[in-house]
Design a binder for this molecule. Structure first.
Ligand SMILES: CSC[C@H]1O[C@H](OP(=O)(O)O)[C@H](O)[C@@H]1O
Ligand SMILES: Nc1ncnc2[nH]cnc12
Length: 287
């Protein structure tokens, strides 16, 4: 049983969480290396919140260089069970306007060789990932987002590109033909690792631009994204504030038992070193 804490990952433009009380900064070490920064812990409406700026304070780490495993393992160590992941995304649909909120429920992988599993040696684990986000948490976030002034789009496919460059026009047009809804560079490895860590994961995506497919909008650039995000960082925090009181302290969704039937390696073949490395994740299943 976890401690019912709520994790928040701040993306581009969101490097802190206002309104937290009893704030402390916690450095975490993991078997997978160092997270992006110290975690900020505090209480919000009587719930314990754990905040991490994905790219580190000052936005120092590029999407391909992020240690996604360390970031997610750190949340798990600190007792987070739910993760609200805030991200800037490009809109791939005319009716998703810059400034709108999108709650993607599918991902499509266009990254190359990112480390996206904890289980890289000694233990083989295959988690179910057909529905990569937590439906229960998604519903709570949808209701919370609907209380803000922003237009909210429930569901959709987030295509995760390698970056750090934005897409070419040809890529952008082809992605649209594939039927994706938003584009970003960070959320798929996080969602995979959150599932392996049995954490509930939901993306709160903030559309900042029309990438480069749109005939009358400007091609995406960082300046435009950051202008919108600084204006709208409060919006993401409002969604979180509305969601927090409705997030249950106990979970009954399938995310919480994702590893139950996923470990295929014979237990007697798992060496002591691996048992130690994966203790936090596999401990309950390897007794
Ligand atoms: C600042 S533009 C590109 C950058 O923004 C998104 O970041 P995040 O997902 O952390 O909000 C996108 O994925 C890129 O990393
Ligand atoms: N157009 C875009 N492509 C990739 N990541 C983004 N983040 C925000 N806008 C983006």
């Amino acid at each position: 049983m976890g401690e019912g804490r709520i994790g928040v990952i701040g993306g581009s433009g969101l490097y802190g969480m206002e309104g937290l009380e009893n704030i402390r900064e916690v450095e975490v070490d993991t078997p997978f290396g160092a997270p992006s920064d110290a975690y900020i812990m505090g209480t919000l409406q009587d719930r314990e919140l754990v905040f991490l700026p994905r790219h580190g304070r000052g936005h120092r780490i590029a999407p391909s260089a992020l240690n996604y495993r360390a970031n997610i393992h750190g949340f798990k160590q600190l007792g987070a069970e739910w993760i609200l992941s805030v991200s800037a995304v490009g809109s791939m649909r005319e009716d998703i306007h810059p400034g709108d909120l999108v709650l993607p429920d599918q991902f499509f992988d266009r990254t190359r060789g990112r480390v996206s599993s904890f289980f890289d040696q000694d233990v083989v684990v295959h988690v179910t990932f057909a529905d990569p986000t937590c439906a229960a948490l998604g519903q709570i976030v949808y209701e919370a987002a609907s209380k803000t002034e922003a237009a909210v789009h429930a569901g959709g496919t987030y295509i995760c590109i390698e970056g750090p460059q934005f897409s070419t026009r040809a890529e952008s047009r082809i992605y649209r033909q594939w039927g994706v809804d938003v584009i970003g560079m960070t959320n798929l490895p996080e969602a995979r690792l959150a599932r392996e860590a049995e954490l509930c994961y939901v993306t709160i995506a903030m559309a900042t631009d029309y990438d480069c497919w749109h005939e009358s909008a400007d091609d995406v650039d960082v300046e435009a994204i950051l202008t919108l995000l600084h204006r709208n960082a409060k919006l993401a925090q409002d969604v979180i504030r509305h969601a927090v009181p409705h997030i249950p302290r106990e979970r009954s969704c399938p995310c919480s038992t994702a590893l139950q039937y996923a470990i295929i390696t014979a237990p007697e073949m798992i060496p002591a070193t691996a048992r130690e490395r994966f203790e936090l994740l596999l401990g309950p299943y390897l007794t």
